[in-house]
Design a protein around this ligand. Structure first.
Ligand code: F6R
Length: 241
């Protein structure tokens, strides 16, 4: 495990973007695993800036998002489809046919989840999985209790996740209670993994994930067993380590 500590969120985002940039330059048809949430916004901004400056070409890049709310249309402003389009995909030249996000409105759940796993395999597996981490240690929407063998599937969101994510919705009652997420086994199969965390509020979860017992009670702790994990933190997020 490699831990990099940067001064602040901006520096963290720049460092993460530098890593992603080098990886795309080395392998133009790289397969990325992508998160949503507050943490990667700076990274997406930096990558879009690099594209604009013609330092990066996404035309051969494929991406698989970690998760999507169950029941939300892609056009819903709080869906992760919408988030990705707004904050990243519309700003770079990634091809629609190379972008994969679980469909929150699928009518054939089992088949959809299985196909998601198959598509990842068809593209040669995820080269670089980027992650944030939730208050309860979730990665993707693998909430506490998720099996280390889990694959893409429908999950029920933990109460603390619903509360935390209500900041993006009009009210707590509007937050979907279920989601489709890649599993912990799916995430662990990625060749490289980049975990990002910023701010004091994320310091305790980072210390539990990286130094606590490896247990489904705190799903992010499984990353201690990843073959190639890089963690980029700002000073505040590293303060419990
Ligand atoms: C998002 C995801 C989640 C977030 C986590 C942290 O696609 O899978 O695991 O990474 O909830 O979210 P932020 O970055 O908003 O603190």
């Amino acid at each position: 495990m490699k831990i990099v500590v940067k001064k602040d969120y901006q520096e963290l985002s720049r460092e993460a973007a530098e890593i992603v940039k080098k990886r795309i330059q080395a392998k133009p048809d790289i397969v990325l695993g992508l998160p949503t949430g507050s943490t990667p916004l700076g990274l997406y901004k930096e990558l879009a800036r690099a594209y604009k400056k013609e330092e990066l070409d996404f035309s051969q890049v494929s991406s698989f998002n970690l998760d999507e709310y169950f029941g939300l249309e892609a056009s819903h402003p709080q869906s992760y489809h919408f988030y990705m389009e707004k904050n990243f995909f519309s700003l770079v030249n990634i091809r629609k046919e190379n972008v994969f996000i679980p469909d929150g409105k699928t009518s054939d759940l089992e088949n959809h989840c299985q196909c998601y796993e198959e598509k990842i395999k068809e593209r040669g597996g995820i080269d670089l999985q980027i992650l944030g981490i939730g208050r309860n240690g979730h990665i993707g929407f693998n909430e506490p209790g998720s099996s280390f063998n889990s694959r893409t599937r429908l999950v029920r969101l933990a109460q603390e996740t619903i509360e935390d994510n209500s900041r993006f919705f009009k009210s707590l009652a509007d937050v979907p209670t279920r989601a489709i997420t890649m599993g912990l086994a799916t995430i662990m199969e990625s060749k490289d993994c980049l975990l990002l965390a910023s701010g004091q509020a994320r310091s305790e979860r980072i210390s539990r994930a990286l130094k606590g017992p490896v247990s489904p009670d705190f799903p992010g702790s499984i990353l201690q067993k990843h073959r190639n994990l890089t963690v980029i933190l700002d000073k505040e997020a590293a303060s419990f380590l």
